[in-house]
Design a protein around this ligand. Structure first.
Ligand code: PLP
Ligand code: ZN
Length: 425
């Protein structure tokens, strides 16, 4: 099967363009990449993956950001706002507290629109241009819509976003709006929005840029490439584990693909592959359920709820690509409560790293796995934080302390400061 860590060398099909083609992960049918609009396999409706005749090693990369990795991407350049090259922060207090050899935070909130979705969009919107479509669409828990709106406007294209009414953080709606997307608020959850947008796309109304789109995941692979390069440079070795929040499981699938391609290119060895470890909110944890049951099938959860709205997803579309990744890398998946998520958000903020709730799930999951002894003290771990604190100002304000009213005099302020202790402490 193509999704194992030791795949067969691919035979380059006749429909490849410059050594790039699309291949079904289920039946291995191949398709030309840029001729027709296609999101899934014509033959069996399976998920598609971008495949390459030549895969690069680390020596082939040059420059900064997502397009440093152009040799691992389907196009040479994209519609860009200089996404990628995000920081990998040290968090010494958290590292001590968790009792681990190393903990680093890959803060994807430092992308241009404040989430990793930019990495996917710089590639996906460029492919849309290549295909000659003029209207782009997505369903979104918020960040995809912000990124699509920004990259669509940069590329001079119309954008349409479907959002679950009342369940999208304020910063994200504001971004989609100002970048000029038409925002349709759907009376339903994210999964219902995605069902509708897939049908619109199937009818040719718009080009779909959810993570079902195989090109978007190519851009998101670069998160893994950056983490591996940074660990190698700092520690002379790769991380033992990468812990990440899981919604539609696009990143889990994308990181796994990055590892498989590096292995295939001979750039890393089998023992260099980090254990992919997914974290979901307890109120939206179908992937965790599947991993715990050892199942290949993910049961769709119809009722999902969590404060971490970016991962409030009951039907992870990339599960068929992501589950083999978790299994083959000997990783795992775990669910955390909203309280544990908020606690982790505070921990990160206490070291100067501001993230939105979904992002903090990675750290909350790491803490839980460490407490359970599944993550051991000798491990070097990278946690992915997917979005910026300012995305969800309401959640941040609720997790932090309240402002303290004081009189407009120095004396009054001094009196206040020497008086009762800070509220909420
Ligand atoms: C989209 C998103 C996720 C979920 O990522 P998947 O690749 O769909 O699993 C997690 N966190 C944030 C902040 C997001 O925007
Ligand atoms: Zn197929």
């Amino acid at each position: 099967m193509s999704l194992s860590l030791s795949p067969d060398e691919p035979a380059v099909p006749n429909d490849a363009t410059d050594g790039v083609w699309l291949e079904c992960i289920d039946c291995s049918e191949t398709f030309a990449p840029f001729e027709d609009v296609r999101y899934t396999c014509d033959a069996c409706d399976g998920l598609l993956e971008v495949r390459y005749a030549d895969l690069p090693t680390f020596d082939d990369f040059e420059g900064r950001g997502v397009w440093r990795y152009a040799d691992a991407l389907p196009l040479e350049s994209g519609v860009t706002t200089q996404e990628g090259a995000t920081p990998l922060y040290e968090v010494p207090r958290l590292e001590d507290d968790l009792g681990l050899e190393a903990v680093r935070i890959k803060h994807e909130g430092m992308n241009p629109t404040g989430s990793f979705k930019d990495r996917g969009m710089t590639v996906g919107v460029a492919v849309a241009k290549e295909l000659g479509v003029d209207r782009l669409a997505c369903a979104s828990t918020g960040n995809t819509s912000a990124a699509l709106a920004a990259y669509g406007s940069r590329g001079g294209m119309q954008t349409l976003v479907l959002l679950p009414a009342g369940k999208v953080a304020a910063g994200k709606v504001a971004q989609a709006s100002l970048h000029g997307a038409r925002i349709l608020e759907v009376d339903g959850n994210f999964d219902a929005c995605l069902d509708i947008v897939q049908e619109l796309a199937a009818e040719g109304e718009a080009y779909l840029l959810n993570s079902l789109n195989p090109f978007r995941l190519e851009g998101q692979k670069t998160i893994g490439l950056e983490i591996l390069e940074a660990f190698r440079d700092d520690y002379g070795t790769f991380p033992d584990r990468i812990v990440l929040p899981v919604g539609n499981a696009g990143n889990t699938a994308a990181l796994y693909k990055a590892f498989r391609e590096l292995l295939q290119a001979g750039a890393i060895d089998r023992e260099d592959v980090p254990k992919l470890t997914g974290v979901q909110a307890a109120g939206a944890a179908p992937m965790v359920e599947a991993v715990e049951n050892g199942s290949d099938e993910v049961r769709r959860w119809d009722d999902v709820e969590t404060r971490a709205t970016a991962i409030r997803i009951g039907n992870p579309v990339n599960a068929p690509k992501a589950l083999p990744g978790i299994r083959e890398t000997e990783g795992t998946a775990i669910a955390v409560s909203d309280e544990e998520i908020t606690e982790a958000q505070r921990d990160l903020a206490g070291e100067g790293v501001g993230v939105e709730p979904a992002s903090a799930a990675s750290v909350a999951g790491l803490r839980k796995l460490r407490a359970e002894g599944i993550v051991t003290e000798d491990e070097r771990v990278a946690c992915l934080t997917t979005g910026h604190l300012l995305k969800d100002p309401d959640a941040a304000a609720a997790a932090g302390d309240d402002p303290e009213p004081v009189p407009a005099t120095t004396e009054g302020v001094l009196e206040h400061l020497t008086g009762e202790s800070r509220p909420g402490r």
